[in-house]
Write a protein that binds this ligand. Structure first.
Ligand code: SF4
Length: 454
């Protein structure tokens, strides 16, 4: 049966006009992409999200105009045919180098490596299709569901987990499918939290977004609505006052966005996030760990610091899924662990995301952490901090079993686990050095307690 699309499809079906004339190093409101037009018209066009969508770079010919190195690379045509390309003029404008060493270029421009897949990859490694009781609604965790509201995005990320869907057809959810999803939610009151995702739901028209949100609010058991969107990153002008007025009506509503690199935290992106935060919408960020983009502890630190200064809480850092077409983006799990080890103690806890592997076969998100518990006994737990300090935490007396006798005269983990010592410090620990100086200034003794050379 023919799908009845929401208003977005017609609105977005307008013919493409000419793309911007250059890929500029940095876009500011005082500059404009098109030539030979009055500046004010150019700026109002640039800030019009529909203009941005109409003018996305979609073909190899368009792309070659801005990246001459790619002209004649006909093999990329096959990549685009398999995995569609779309780059908003805005996102193209924040490319700083027109090659794969630039993170924004790498995330948006097709790469021939997308065609080479080892056998461990699949189209739908999270097996979302198998957890869809009705088309477009994924029900995996007992109390949560995910609604795929559209297959369209303003920019098609080359690392997308839903490459099998995103951009294959640019359709919003049909009225019939909305009714099916609504009926399922009514019949499953255990679902209290629905994530609206896609594609990117905020590429839909205001009317279509409101239709989805009001459908969800019509189900009394749905308490929380979450929206997953990359629009603040790749199309920040979409966060209009009108859209924010609509979103505000459906609280409690949360938004998770998808910044992967500090270069994406432009003034425009920050302003879009500020509008959402000012409307009382809590913002989280889901980063994907990507080779050649952000697989560097200092890049992630810079990103996380930038996010919290933008009022966006780093929420998840994902290990790249086992999706066809993304092998060249995959890093080892060890790289993620290394980044987590680096962040702890260096940045505030609110700036540290949870590193997760979204398990193949629909196993859900598995948090992966460096090991901080070194040993345990009935009386004490030995913990390690970010500096390598080993410390003993005494268990409550009520839970203790009779004390065991220590067998070693040298201080070690056994002394900690049996309560004979309470800390082992790494030698030349800077923090304790500072404490000693403070203690000396105050005329007191060292407060370091047990100091053993590790
Ligand atoms: S915005 Fe999200 S759904 Fe769309 S291409 Fe990027 S990662 Fe995929």
């Amino acid at each position: 049966m023919q799908q009845q699309n929401l208003p977005v499809s017609e609105e977005l079906a307008e013919e493409q006009s000419e793309p911007p004339s250059t890929l500029r190093a940095a876009q500011s409101p005082s500059t404009c992409p098109t030539e030979n037009e009055p500046l004010c018209k150019k700026l109002s066009q640039w800030n019009d999200w529909r203009w941005q969508i109409r003018n996305r770079i979609r073909s190899l010919d368009q792309l070659s105009k801005y990246v001459p190195l790619l002209s004649g690379r006909y093999e990329l045509q096959k990549v685009i045919e398999k995995y569609p390309m779309a780059i908003t003029p805005y996102y193209a404008s924040i490319i700083q180098r027109a090659d794969m060493s630039d993170p924004v270029f790498r995330m948006s421009v097709p790469n021939i490596q997308e065609m080479f897949d080892p056998p461990c990859l699949s189209d739908d490694p999270l097996e979302e299709h198998q957890d869809m009781p009705v088309p477009g609604l994924v029900h995996r965790y007992r109390d949560r569901a995910l609604l795929i509201a559209t297959t369209m995005c303003s920019m098609y990320c080359r690392h997308c987990t839903r490459k099998r869907i995103a951009g294959t057809r640019e359709n919003a959810i049909s009225a019939r499918r909305m009714r099916q999803a609504q009926e399922y939610l009514f019949n499953h009151p255990e679902i209290t939290d629905v994530i609206v995702s896609g594609g990117d739901p905020l590429t839909m028209s205001d009317a279509a977004i409101e239709a989805v949100l009001s459908m969800l609010r019509s189900v009394p058991s749905v308490q929380v609505i979450r929206i997953g969107t990359r629009v603040p990153v790749v199309l920040p002008m979409r966060i209009t006052d009108e859209l924010v007025e609509i979103l505000k009506k459906y609280h409690p509503l949360w938004i998770n966005t998808h910044f992967n690199h500090p270069n994406e935290l432009t003034d425009e992106a920050r302003a879009a996030c500020a509008k959402l935060a000012d409307a009382g919408i809590p913002l989280g960020n889901q980063t994907v760990l990507l080779r050649g983009v952000n697989d560097d502890p200092q890049i992630i630190e810079q990103l996380c610091r930038g996010l919290i200064s933008t009022r966006v809480r780093p929420y998840y850092m994902y290990q790249c899924d086992l999706v066809r077409g993304v092998e060249h983006f995959r890093t080892s799990v060890r790289k993620g662990m290394e980044i987590m080890e680096y962040l702890r103690g260096r940045v505030s806890g609110i700036a540290i995301p949870t590193f997760v592997v979204d398990a193949p076969h629909g196993g859900g998100k598995i948090p992966v952490l460096p090991t901080y518990v070194v040993s345990m006994s009935p009386t004490h737990t030995v913990l390690r901090n970010f500096e390598g300090l080993l410390v003993s935490y005494p268990e409550p007396a009520v839970d203790m079993e009779p004390e065991t006798t220590a067998t070693s005269s040298e201080p070690g983990v056994w002394e900690l686990v049996s309560g004979k010592a309470d800390v082992i410090l790494p030698a030349r620990n800077q923090r304790m050095g500072r404490r000693e100086k403070i203690g000396a200034k105050r005329g007191g003794a060292s407060s370091t307690g047990y100091l053993f050379d590790a």
